[in-house]
Write a protein that binds this ligand. Sequence first.
Ligand code: SF4
Ligand code: SF4
Length: 386
Amino acid sequence: MGVKRSKKGVFRLFVDTASRVRIFLSKVRRNLSLYRVKTDTFDEVFVEITSHCNFHCAFCPSDSLQRKKGDLKDEYMMKILSELRDKGKVIAFHVLGEPLLNRNFFKYLSVCDEYHIEAHPTTNMSLITDAVLENILDHPSVTLIQLSFQTSSRESFALRGSAMAFEEYLALLERIVFNRKRIASNCKININVMNDYHCHHDTLWGIFDPERFRQFMGTVEAWKERLVAEGAPAQSPHQSHAGPFYYRTLDEIPEDFYNRADEIHYEITPNLAVFVKHVGKFGMSDAFVDYLNNRKGHPYKLRNIPRRFPFPIPCWAVKAPCVLSNGEITCCCVDIEGTLSLGNIARTTLEEAAKSKKRARVMKSPLLFETCRKCRGRLLFHPQPP
Ligand code: SF4
Ligand code: SF4
């Protein structure tokens, strides 16, 4: 006997199936387009102006970093900015570290304004007061701010090694969201929050609670009306999805989204979104895996199973090279130790690094490289013996 579905259930099934088909087709399109990507240029570069951080998140390799921590030398940053002047490029101020800890941060934003370089800082928000936020928004070069909010409950926030209380952190987020200058600004804000298979299956710290994540999304959803009442631009009813991973109501998000490989955007207003991210992406760093396995109270033992076959699947991440705080230019922001180095900014330029044969090889056939095999591998979690 067939199972009877309610009207809501049928609608949900229809939305889910349509979403799966859309995502599948977009992946095929994206992968095919990667074979045509130019391998000798870039539109965006990640620059780690400091690798120091005032948080100590257990899910971040920051505290197990093998390279020496520090600020990127001012002369290196000025060299990068001069090279990118008037070229229509974007600088994402991030790899690891908190960029606001670099005392030249605002100087670099001013140079970005003057040189017409778009700036996309990523911050853990802890140093953002109203005045700091408004100062950032005064820079026309800043078109996107990534708020690294990550943990949506008191229990998971405890993993971040911060002196703040979660309630204080959430109130800070709310203050940023409802800042009048921000509401009226064209600068986009992404609130990055982690949620994936591991959070839902209790394999990471046993602390991420899907129910608390839903509560957080409900809180954010409730901000929508308030924001529009305070003058935020409302979503246009005529505008359809901006892309297959962009959702504009909570109902549209597939219920099992966390089981999927894709990171998703949930648009609150046109200049504010929640970006749901994956947890386990730093598993290619052996030092980080060892660090987690030796951490007191960590309930699972991790093992990285690298991909074996060097099948030539191109990697989109190589489109945005990175400059680490020690000046090493590497292929992608996941390569936090710089193992895929293309040279040092002290001795080469971004353009030379971008045109290098090594970058073209990593881009076209990443699985020829051990770091990439680990990055594309699987992280396994085994319960630790008590
Ligand atoms: S995740 Fe961000 S805030 Fe946390 S330690 Fe790493 S760089 Fe710092
Ligand atoms: S596969 Fe390689 S190039 Fe691509 S994101 Fe992973 S480490 Fe970077």
